[in-house]
Structures are given as structure tokens and as C-alpha cells.
Design a protein around this ligand. Structure first.
Ligand code: MTE
Ligand code: MO
Length: 472
């Protein structure tokens, strides 16, 4: 090796696939593989690395990392690589790219009725008309909002860890323990992404965030163990009283098992402890509409916090941390807050979105002459229930009550469920129809998107307007 010449990266680059001599590098070695191309067991794929580094390829196809491969290479060695900045950057970029490819290699299959908003990470919503056919959204068409690749989790190896305010592990639970040692509790609730109906905000002024129509919301019956039961048990198991364990706790942080390969961070979010202590319906859910959770929705266990923005319903939850402070995660500190500008100070001044306001949307419009049949949903995160939905075709001068359809759950048990509604409206020559809802605490929706516009396009709960002619 010492007797071989130094070869600068720039020279290696010139020995690409069209050159008469083809070079590749691995580690510090430069190799002339011209005569090997046709003998390569993987065929001419080796040319992908012509004039470049093999290292990222060997990392992602580890069958190469064998003694005989190194032996063969060493016989083709013609020099020692002298890297330049561009070379180092290209190798890093390629490696990162391959790592991301690998992380996305085993994603779940998805229903082709979903409207895909982003492939990586996967985000999708159902067509609006489909969304309001049934009270409980079918699992297959329930919107998906992932920030990272879906993790592969072996249910036999799954463990949920509970960590106290000092960072000590109180308890580790297997899936089986979670399912058998705690009473199974169910709640029918909608989960809505903070960005639902974001795209309407772009008409006021462009916002930063992924595209969402009216379908980044779904309603389901979730079953699992109550978080409070699990915390009580965790305290007991560590020989302490739950009151003592919870004394300095102000926030409950939930960490997902999904991981960003580029930054090596896990998804995480938190809710104030009043939210969890005040509700028996905060669940560590393992069932969605009577089926085990699908991989896109958090298999095997996700957090369900009725009324709170979707971002806190942490999927694939692996660790629950009791804390004095809010989660330090990006998604708690620099996202899911309503800000007018995107600077740090604006984020720091704005509270994290937790309980969601009253919302509604028109999802299905069927026109027969002057009569229009409307169908939509209404929901309130307040937990007081939806009191009234109204529709108008004269820009809100007059309103007509819509019919609220039953939730199917017992009275008082469905206050976090959405309500599907329907209405028949005589539109005459009107071109626009709109809807608005009021919850049982008499919270109402603002009239215009411009009244609630914000830089990230979050929590759009303005009256929902649809042009009748355009709607099918
Ligand atoms: N939990 C984890 N671990 N990772 C995520 O990316 N996305 C959150 C939340 N929980 C997310 C997560 C957001 S922003 C939303 S809106 C909901 O999950 C979406 O839940 P769904 O995909 O089951 O509809
Ligand atoms: Mo979300």
C-alpha cells in the first residue's frame, strides 16, 4: 500500500462508467474494477459506484462485507484515495440517503382510496364524501399523519416503560401485561390533526405545513388501559404512593418508538398533568374499532387523549415520562403552536395546542336542481358535546338547523365523539354553502379563515364554505 500512488478524489471521479478505466474506492483504497464489471455477481449495478465510493453501498448491502470480497478488492488496488471536501460530502449524503431508504423499506400497505399527501413520511386523508358515511371511520380510511418511518415492532418484544420525575424507571410492561392486568376501558372520540383544513388558509396568505383538506380527522372507538390505572400500578410496584409519585409532576411526556434516522430522535409530545388526572378516558389504546391497532395508527399501543390535538396522541408509545416541564421535543416546542411569525420568540410565547375548539365541515354535497343535500361532521374538543350545527347559503345572513345523527354510544359517553350531520337546503341561485357549529359550552366558530390565520396553518375552525357548483 505504501508503494502505491496517492490518487486525488478529482482523478477518481474521472474514472466513471464511461471511462476506459473504471475506478471505485473503499475506505482509503482506490481500485481499478474495469475487468471485474462483467464478473460482478450483482451484474452491472457496480457501475452505480463508478468513479465514486463503495462504502455507502457496502453499508446498505452488507453481503459485501466479507473476507473474500476484501481479498478480491485488494488485488485490484491501484492507489490511495486523497479525499476532498466534495468527496466527503457526497459520501455522507449517499449514506444518509441509503439509511432513510432502509428505514422506509418495511412500511405497511395502505388502502388505495386514501388521498396521499406525502409519501415520506406518509400522510394521507380519505376523500371527504367517504369520511361521513359512518359514525366510526373505518380503520382502513382513517387519516394517517406520520412524521417518520413506521417502526417495525414485534409485539412479543414490545415494552412500555414508565419513568418518574427523577428519571428512574418505575415499571416496564409487556403488551400482554397491559392487556390483562388492567381493566379494558373504551371511549368513542374523534382525533383531529392540528393542521386539518390548513389549505384554506393558503388563500389568505401562504402558510408553512403539509396539505390537508377536511379529512385530517376521524372518529373511532378506542379501547385500552387507562393511563391513570397504569400510573397507580407503577407507583405501587415501586413501593410508593401514587400521590407521592405525582407530586412534582406537571406534564406527562409520551415518546414514540418511531425514529428519525438522520437526527436519531424519537417523536415525542406531552400534555399537562391536569389533562391526564382529570380524565378517566386517557387511554393506552391497543384497539381501534374492535380491531388491534393498524401499524399506521400506532401498533401495538398508542396514547388517546380525548379532546386534545392529534399530535399528542402518541403512536407506538414506548416511554411515558413524568416531568416537571413540557416535552423538549421539536413537536412540542417548535410545532403545533399557533404563531404569526416563524421565529423562536414567537414559538416561545405561544402555548402548545392542547384542547381543540369547536369545528365543523361540509363533506358531501349533492345537488338536485335548487335543492342541495349536505352532509358533514362537527366536533368539539371541549368535551361538552356538539349542541347545534347550522347551514347557510346566503353568506350567513340566515341559517337553517342541520340534523345531528346519533353516535350510537350511551348518552354522556359520547361527548368527545364527532357528530355526523345532514341538511337539505334550497339554494336558488346561490353558489356557496357554509356550515358552523356550537358546542354545549356555547363556544362558536369564527366566520372567516382570515380571523384565525396563522403562519403554520393550524386550528382552522372558521365556518366551512363550499362552492356548490364545484362540489360533486
Ligand atoms: N405519534 C408518533 N409516535 N409519531 C407521529 O408522527 N403523529 C401525530 C400523532 N401521533 C405522530 C404520533 C400527529 S401530528 C397526529 S395528527 C396523529 O398522531 C395522527 O394519528 P393517525 O395517523 O392515527 O391518524
Ligand atoms: Mo397532526
Amino acid at each position: 500500500i505504501d508503494t502505491l500512488p496517492d490518487i486525488p478524489a478529482a482523478e477518481v471521479r474521472q474514472h466513471g462508467r464511461d471511462a476506459s478505466k473504471i475506478y471505485v474506492t473503499y475506505g482509503d483504497g482506490v481500485f481499478d474494477v474495469t475487468d471485474f464489471v462483467d464478473a460482478h455477481p450483482g451484474g452491472r449495478l457496480i457501475l452505480l459506484a463508478a468513479g465514486r465510493a463503495l462504502d455507502p453501498y457496502f453499508e446498505s448491502y452488507p453481503q459485501h462485507k466479507q473476507h473474500f470480497v476484501y481479498e478480491m478488492l485488494s488485488e485490484m488496488r491501484v492507489g490511495n484515495l486523497v479525499r476532498d471536501q466534495q468527496w466527503v460530502e457526497e459520501v455522507d449524503k449517499k449514506s444518509a440517503h441509503f439509511a432513510i431508504d432502509a428505514a422506509y423499506a418495511h412500511q405497511p400497505s395502505r388502502d388505495d382510496r386514501l388521498i396521499v399527501r406525502s409519501e415520506r413520511p406518509f400522510t394521507a386523508e380519505p376523500p371527504a364524501q367517504l369520511l361521513v358515511r359512518e359514525q366510526n371511520t373505518a380503520n382502513e380510511i382513517f387519516y394517517v399523519r406520520n412524521h417518520m418511518p413506521v417502526p417495525r415492532i414485534d409485539e412479543d418484544e414490545y415494552e412500555l416503560e414508565i419513568v418518574d420525575v427523577h428519571g428512574n424507571t418505575l415499571l416496564q410492561l409487556s403488551l400482554e401485561e397491559l392487556q390483562t392486568q388492567f381493566e379494558k376501558s373504551c371511549v368513542q372520540t374523534a382525533i383531529q390533526c392540528g393542521g386539518n383544513r390548513r389549505t384554506e388558509m393558503d388563500e389568505v396568505q401562504l402558510v408553512k405545513g403539509g396539505v390537508w383538506g377536511v379529512g385530517a380527522i376521524g372518529n373511532a372507538t378506542w379501547c385500552g388501559a387507562r393511563l391513570n390505572d397504569v400510573l397507580q400500578y407503577a407507583a405501587e410496584q415501586s413501593g410508593r404512593d401514587v400521590k407521592q409519585v405525582m407530586r412534582d409532576v406537571r406534564h406527562v411526556c409520551f415518546e414514540g418508538l418511531d425514529r428519525d434516522v438522520a437526527t436519531d430522535t424519537h417523536y415525542e409530545a406531552s400534555v399537562p398533568v391536569e389533562v391526564t388526572e382529570g380524565s378517566a378516558d386517557v387511554l393506552l389504546a391497543y384497539e381501534m374499532n374492535g380491531q388491534r391497532l393498524g401499524r399506521d395508527h400506532g401498533f401495538p399501543v398508542r396514547v388517546v387523549v380525548p379532546g386534545v390535538v392529534g399530535a399528542r396522541h402518541v403512536k407506538w408509545v414506548g416511554t411515558i415520562r413524568l416531568s416537571k416541564v413540557e416535552s423538549e421535543s421539536h413537536w412540542q416546542q417548535r410545532d403545533y403552536r399557533v404563531v404569526q411569525t416563524l421565529d423562536e420568540a414567537a414559538y416561545e410565547a405561544a402555548p402548545s395546542i392542547q384542547y381543540m375548539p369547536v369545528v365543523s365541515a361540509i363533506c358531501d354535497v349533492q345537488r338536485r336542481g335548487k335543492l342541495v343535500q349536505l352532509r358533514g361532521y362537527a366536533w368539539s374538543g371541549s368535551g361538552s358535546g356538539v349542541a347545534r350545527v347550522e347551514v347557510s347559503c346566503d353568506d350567513g345572513k340566515s341559517w337553517q338547523a342541520a340534523e345531528l345523527l346519533p353516535t350510537g354510544a350511551d348518552a354522556g359517553e359520547d361527548l368527545f365523539a364527532w357528530r355526523i350531520w345532514s341538511a337539505e337546503l334550497r339554494v336558488e341561485h346561490a353558489r356557496q354553502v357554509m356550515c358552523r357549529a356550537v358546542d354545549a359550552s356555547y363556544n362558536a366558530q369564527p366566520a372567516h379563515v382570515r380571523d384565525v390565520w396563522n403562519a403554520r396553518g393550524l386550528v382552522n375552525n372558521a365556518w366551512h364554505r363550499v362552492v356548490v357548483d364545484d362540489a360533486v
